[in-house]
Design a protein around this ligand. Structure first.
Ligand code: ADP
Ligand code: MG
Length: 538
């Protein structure tokens, strides 16, 4: 090949080569760009996939989070709701409890009202049947109840400290006793009211108080405690004894007995009436060995001799105790002071020496004088019956106190000038007799001598005279043997006729005094059977 040829050829070849080369480069370029594109695509695809999965992961995560937060929220809500429900339930319970409490209170109130109504009805019934009501108070078991003997075994001691007499309900006394060597007893007694050991002086007096209203309506009233020594007569009538010198004070009012409370109530009732139209006089006597001793009497030197008095029946058929000291009292504390003075004498005077205050009957009498104006006949008498009764009882005498009285000009009754001027003032006396009877234990006469024998037989006689009087009234016998004893004679006006008598039987719950208690319950039961038919006018 010529050079030219060769050159030409070569030139051609070079060109070709160049062409080829560029073609190759182009091809390569082409090839490379397609790889890049492919790679790019793949990467893009992968990225997309990753993103997608990331997205779905995030989505999942957020969903999960949402789900979980929802669950938690739900749980919180449920808890809150639970608390709310509990609160509501609590409130409901509170409301229910309150409602229950209220309805319980209502029921209790209604029950109390019904009980009172029933008792009032019962009282009217008693009134129709006669005017004697018998209440029975069982005192608590006390340490000395157990000390029956000197050397009793613990077993027997326990027996002795067990109650054999209970209040089954507020009208029934249950006596249940079975002792080896004794016939077993299982008896019940009914009374107008029975108090168990836990019933307070307040409760006892609440049942007594209505009687005092009758007092200002013109009826005589007598309240007496009956029972053996230690059964709680003095506790019930006066209260627990505090000290020797001044036994009954108004300091511990909740423990005061019937006598001071009745006086308070009388003064309260009087305070509701026109001023000066009523006044109260007090006498305190003791009936010992069938003799009446004036515990308020003083000799000229002001000493207290404990003078003997007698009871007489006046021309107009009333009981009177000539020379008996009546002291006018203006309030309950004056009264208590007076009674305390009397009681001191009861234990200190030589003629009255007796081992135990339970050996005599104590009679505290409140005489209430009512002034009734003739113009306005019956200032506050509600009914015709009372008017009639008062018309018959009018007397024209006035007590010392009233004649002397110059102070209270505002009260129409206590101004003597006014009294003389009108001459139409009339007065009526009603009596409240409060009696702490001597111990009713059946002391056997054997082995008792001298003063003790005398004492015992007088007590037995006066208490059986009382039983006879109640029995005679019960059988409506024409003759009632009031005069068989000083006690019944003294009390005649407040246990006979249309007077109202309340016998408070006092009972010890232990077996030690079972015989005495049964005797008292028997006395009370017989007294309850008193039937006087329709209330008789005097
Ligand atoms: P009585 O006058 O019948 O002989 P008391 O009233 O002296 O009897 O009572 C004898 C004892 O029993 C006293 O110590 C008295 O305080 C106590 N007692 C009586 N009744 C009650 C009672 N209801 N509650 C508490 N103690 C009472
Ligand atoms: Mg007594």
């Amino acid at each position: 090949l010529s050079f030219k040829q060769y050159q030409g050829l070569a030139g051609r070849s070079t060109n070709e080569v160049l062409q080829l080369y560029s073609a190759h480069g182009q091809q390569q370029k082409l090839q490379r760009s397609s790889v890049v594109t492919q790679l790019h695509g793949a990467i893009k695809k992968r990225l997309k996939q990753d993103l997608k999965s990331l997205h779905s992961f995030a989505l999942e995560l957020s969903k999960d989070f949402q789900r979980q937060s929802k669950t938690y929220l739900y749980q919180v809500l449920t808890a809150v709701q639970g608390i709310q429900l509990q609160n509501e339930a609590m409130q409901m319970f509170q409301i229910k409890a309150f409602d229950l409490e209220q309805s319980l209170q209502e029921v209790t109130e209604r029950y109390e009202k019904e009980k009172q109504k029933r008792r009032a009805l019962h009282n009217s019934l008693v009134e129709l049947r006669g005017n004697i009501r018998v209440h029975c108070r069982i005192r608590p078991l006390l340490p000395f109840d157990a000390a029956a003997g000197h050397s009793i075994s613990q077993d027997r001691q326990r027996n002795f400290s067990e109650k054999v007499i209970y209040a089954a309900d507020d009208e029934t006394v249950l006596v249940k006793c079975s002792r080896p060597g004794h016939a077993s007893i299982n008896k019940s007694f009914q009374f107008e009211r029975v108090y168990n050991a836990s019933e307070s002086q307040d409760t006892v007096f609440a049942d007594v108080a209505p009687l005092l209203t009758s007092l200002l309506d013109g009826y005589n009233v007598c309240i007496m405690a009956y029972g053996q020594t230690g059964s709680g007569k003095t506790h019930t009538m006066l209260g627990p004894q505090l000290e020797e010198n001044f036994p009954y004070s108004t300091e511990n009012e909740s423990e005061l007995g019937i006598i001071p409370r009745a006086t308070q109530e009388v003064f309260r009732l009087i305070s509701e009436k026109p001023p000066g139209s009523y006044w109260v006089e007090v006498s305190v006597v003791e009936v010992y060995n069938n003799e009446i001793f004036d515990l308020l009497a003083k000799d000229s030197g002001g000493k207290v001799p404990g003078a003997k008095r007698d009871v007489v029946t006046t021309k107009d058929g009333k009981r009177d105790v000539p020379l008996l000291v009546y002291e006018t009292v203006e309030n309950a504390s004056e009264f208590l002071h007076l009674v305390n003075k009397g009681l001191q004498l009861r234990v200190s005077h030589p003629t009255l020496v007796h081992a135990h205050s339970s050996r005599s009957h104590l009679v505290v009498t409140l005489t209430i004088t009512t002034v009734v104006s003739g113009d306005n006949w019956g200032i506050s008498w509600e009914d015709e019956q009372t008017n009639q009764r008062l018309n018959k009882e009018v007397s024209w005498t006035f007590p010392q106190k009233m004649r002397d009285n110059t102070s209270t000009s505002s009260s129409r009754a206590s101004s003597p000038a006014q009294l003389e001027a009108t001459e139409k003032m009339k007065q009526v006396k009603t009596r409240l007799q409060l009696v702490d009877l001597a111990g009713s234990e059946c002391v056997s006469m054997s082995g008792v001598t001298g003063a003790a024998l005398r004492e015992t037989s007088f007590i037995n006689r006066s208490l059986s005279a009382l039983a006879d009087v109640l029995g005679a009234i019960a059988e409506q016998r024409p003759h009632v043997p009031y005069r068989n004893s000083k006690l019944t004679h003294l009390l005649q006006d407040s246990i006979g006729g249309d007077a109202k008598l309340l016998v408070m039987l006092c009972i010890s719950p232990g077996p030690k005094y079972l015989t005495e208690s049964m005797q008292s319950l028997g006395f009370g039961t017989r007294a309850r059977q008193v039937q006087r038919g329709q209330v008789r006018k005097k």
